[in-house]
Every structure is written in C-alpha cells, then in structure tokens.
Design a protein around this ligand. Sequence first.
Ligand code: 3SL
Length: 238
Amino acid sequence: LQERSIEVCLTPALINLYDLTGKIVVVIDVLRATSSICVGLANGVKEIIPVSKVEECEAYRGKGYLLSAERDGSMVEGFDMGNSPYSYMGEEVNGKSVVMTTTNGTAALNLAKDAKEIIIGAFVNLDSVCKYLSEKSEDVVLLCAGWKNKFNLEDTAFAGAVYQKLKTEFTVFCDSCVGAETLYNLAKPNLLGFMKHSSHFKRLQRLKIERDVDYCLTPNQWAIVPIYNPKTGAIEKR
Ligand code: 3SL
C-alpha cells in the first residue's frame, strides 16, 4: 500500500513551506467563506468564482453574475450580497453564478493553485470531505485561511477534526496536525461555547451575526464536496 502524508498549514503565511505539487489541498475558512460556498452549491448556485480583490469582483458587474463581497465581516457597500450562509440559500441565488471575494477565504483559495486538486472544507460538510479524502490516494494539505495571515481557532479546530477522522490512513510527520487535533478535542464537547473565545466570533458578534456562527459550526448539514478548478476559475460541486 502506498504511504501518504497529511499536513496542516496553520496560516496562509506559512504556505510557502509546503510543496503542494500532486497533493489535494483542503481550503478551510469555517467562519464563514467555505461554509457559505458549501451552502450555496448545495442550494442550487451554479458556480462560485472566488477572486482575491474587491476590484476583481467589481469587474464582473453588469455581466449576469451575482456579486458577493465581504471585508472585515461586513458586506462591501454596493454589492449584491455579503458572506452570510443565509444569503446563499434563497431563490435569488438558484441557478446563478456568484463572484465572491472575502477577507481571507478567497485569498487562501488562490494560494492553493499549484495543488493537484483543491477542495472546500467546513464543519457543514465535514464527513463528505473526509470520505472524499479517504477514497483518494494523494497526499493532503489542510490549509487554514486564518485571519489576515494569523492563526485562528475555528479553522484549526476543523483541520483537527479532519485529521482525527483520517489519521490512521496516513503517515503522520506533522506537529500542526497533532496540535490541531488537541485543539479540536478541547472544542468538541461544546464547539459554539469554545469558539466564543475566538476573535472572529467577537467580530461577528459586534456585527450581530452570531446566528451565522451557530450555523457554520453545525456539522454535516450538506453532503457535498465543492471543488475549485483554478483553470476555469470556478468552484463547482462534485
Ligand atoms: O475571511 C473570510 O474569508 C470570511 O469568511 C470572513 S467573514 O466571516 O465573512 O467575516
């Protein structure tokens, strides 16, 4: 049996330390970008085009796309929608192509473009991500989007959850995996309560959107694995 590795990259600032060639990268931005991507594609969004900058999103205006732009938790003024999972559920998104830019998640997707495959992970699709990785034979890098290049609790805890489910299938040589799992074990009995310690919870609380956090921390709501193809520029569901 071919041995394969699993690693956790704790922040985008560390990505240059990882060789992504031939590997599957799971991009993780639990609060809220990768959760919203899962929700949208599970609810009839045709495709999501992630772009790093607000100006890139703006360039799609008037061409039949829905424009989703978030910075520092808030919707950027003048755009169609922000980054709430609840705005990715209604009739208005059904069958639409959405161009999305977020503070951290879409930039992290862009950093993963040298990988063999890029998939989208969040608690809302935890088991589907694990099943997908389990059925493949590639090495895996779990890339936490963090907050402005810094470590965050929620993405690391999710990486720990994936690692915990899969570790017996991999050769492990990565302390970040062990650290992430330790954090997940601490958080698991009360994910929402634990995440109240996170800076992003406090940020979203100030914006009065705690219900988004609750939603994004509820595991396995959607049996879906969104896949990002940097060649087409789109995320679609498998
Ligand atoms: O950073 C991101 O990509 C966003 O998910 C942040 S927020 O939850 O929309 O504020």
